[in-house]
Design a protein around this ligand. Sequence first.
Ligand code: AMP
Length: 114
Amino acid sequence: MNDCIFCKIARGEIPSDKIYEDDLVVAFNDLHPQAPVHVLIVPKEHFSGLNETGNMSEELLTRLLRTAALVARKLELDKSGYRIVSNCGPDACQSVQHLHIHLLGGTKLSEHMA
Ligand code: AMP
């Protein structure tokens, strides 16, 4: 998608603080971190959100989760712990309409998810 901000980041057209990249996904620091570690993992191909998983390959879906775990390990969160979240739709306050997984950690997170 031409005007999608995460597509532009994936293509390298706008700057981002990239932590990991491969043929299918890219991970970069969130611009407005909600925790000491706040990384976004996104597919390079445009999908609006989790509602589109039916159109995504199993390889890509697996890669997204594996990348979250890989980045967590890389940032030494694997023992202290971390949380992944993907907001989907208006009630979840999804603000960027390109599928992304938030990886949060580096502090004791709230017991409450909402
Ligand atoms: P969500 O509300 O789940 O759609 O999350 C979108 C996230 O994208 C927010 O946490 C924003 O801070 C983050 N964000 C928006 N624009 C950028 C950007 N250019 N670089 C990094 N993170 C961004």
